[in-house]
Design a protein around this ligand. Structure first.
Ligand code: CP3
Length: 358
């Protein structure tokens, strides 16, 4: 852990180019952070995981902050993201979560019937997720104004799909069947999740998070018409509540290039894009009234450095001339990623002579 600092040094964030870009204000150079920037590709993280499970790290604020800081110590990033996960939120509703080695997350009592939806609790995230809220407050102090801190949550649809499938899924058959067969029960579930997600994001901002990201990792499994009918109203509800905190909201919905107008309707300040669409094309669809974040293929980090730089330059060139751009990957960084390429990428983005300030 870094030495404790006092909150008085934290009144102003000295590097605010990430927050400025979220608000589509001019920046000196392009801000960069990487989704899942803390994690297994770093030896420091793997060493800590020898001693603690992922849930132990997440539920111990001091450990969560230590992991939050690891990528900040290694790379010249423009934002920190609190170390947590999207799934502990489901525990508060009454679901039993476990991260099984080699298998990923498992819900031991998945939702399969409308009666089980009625029985779900509507947790107050200030209690059920107090460990992450404490970690946010502690991380703000630890950062001492160096870079802004991002809080996050899973979006209602991705959380619902984990709650119903009981884990990762390929076709989301159980989730979609419940949605089609029991639309009323589906709406009750989504309303509970939207409320909890909105309150959780708001509470993270209260605790000190300066921007909020919503991850809808599985939204791209839906047809646009189903997204519009069964998901959009609830994502809108969560984003509306989160924005009441005054923190800018980033909405990252994977594989949704075919429904960007709907993602825009969800109402975030920033839209996160994956690599399945050219940034320029996304800008044409979305217009200039929203900031963009993305969208390098995370596997480009496995390429030789000159190839990686060429890909990053292509993203940066496409961002040129529009206000509000944050460089990021198009999805989370992968566990096998070579660390030296991460450093190379971050430095390349900063040195690149295209700012999005004009
Ligand atoms: O960005 C950060 O540095 C913050 C950390 C973060 C984690 N999970 C930590 C984590 C974030 C932002 C998440 C979000 C998350 N979690 C998402 C949305 C983003 C995405 O990638 O689509 C999803 C779908 C989850 C659910 C989840 N958590 C899965 C599927 C897994 C297993 C993944 C795997 O490859 O094993 C997790 C576990 C998890 N959450 C890990 C980390 C670093 C790896 C587990 C470990 O240390 O053993």
């Amino acid at each position: 852990m870094l030495p404790q600092t006092t909150l008085t040094t934290d009144l102003k964030t000295s590097n605010d180019r990430f927050l400025r870009a979220c608000r589509r204000q001019p920046v000196d150079i392009t801000p960069v952070w990487l989704m899942r920037q803390a994690g297994r590709y770093m030896a420091e993280y793997r060493a800590l995981r020898q001693k603690y499970t992922i849930l132990e790290i997440i539920k111990t604020p001091e450990l969560a902050v230590e992991v939050t800081m690891q990528p900040l110590q290694a790379f010249n990033l423009d934002a920190a993201i609190i170390f947590a996960d999207i799934l502990p939120l489901l525990e508060g509703l009454g679901l039993q979560l476990e991260f099984v080695k080699g298998e990923g997350p498992v819900i031991h009592n998945p939702i399969r019937a409308p009666a089980e939806i009625e029985a779900l609790r509507r947790p107050d995230p200030r209690e059920s997720l107090s460990f992450t809220l404490q970690a946010v407050a502690l991380a703000r102090r630890e950062l001492a104004g160096r870079v802004p801190l991002i809080g996050f949550s899973g979006a209602p649809f991705t959380l619902a799909s984990y709650a119903i499938e009981g884990g990762s899924s390929r076709h989301y058959i159980l989730t979609k069947t419940l949605m089609y067969e029991h639309p009323q029960a589906w709406r009750v579930l989504m309303e509970k999740l939207a409320w909890t997600v909105g309150e959780y994001l708001y509470a993270q901002a209260e605790a000190g998070a300066q921007a909020l990201q919503l991850f809808d990792s599985w939204a791209g499994s839906l047809a646009p018409a189903d997204y519009a009918e069964f998901v959009l109203p609830y994502t809108q509800q969560a984003i509306r509540r989160a924005r009441e905190s005054g923190a800018p909201v980033i909405h990252f919905a994977t594989d949704t290039a075919g429904m960007l107008p709907l993602i825009k309707e969800a109402g975030s300040d920033v839209i996160g894009l994956d690599w399945r669409i050219e940034l320029q094309q996304a800008r044409q669809i979305l217009g200039d009234a929203v900031a963009l974040q993305g969208n390098l293929d995370p596997v480009a980090l496995f390429a030789p450095l000159p190839t990686l730089q060429k890909r990053a330059a292509a993203v940066l060139d496409q961002a040129k001339g529009h206000p509000g751009f944050i460089f990021n990957l198009g999805h989370g960084i992968l566990p096998q990623t070579p660390v030296e390429n991460v450093a190379g990428l971050v430095d390349f983005v900063h040195a690149y002579k295209t700012t999005t300030s004009t």
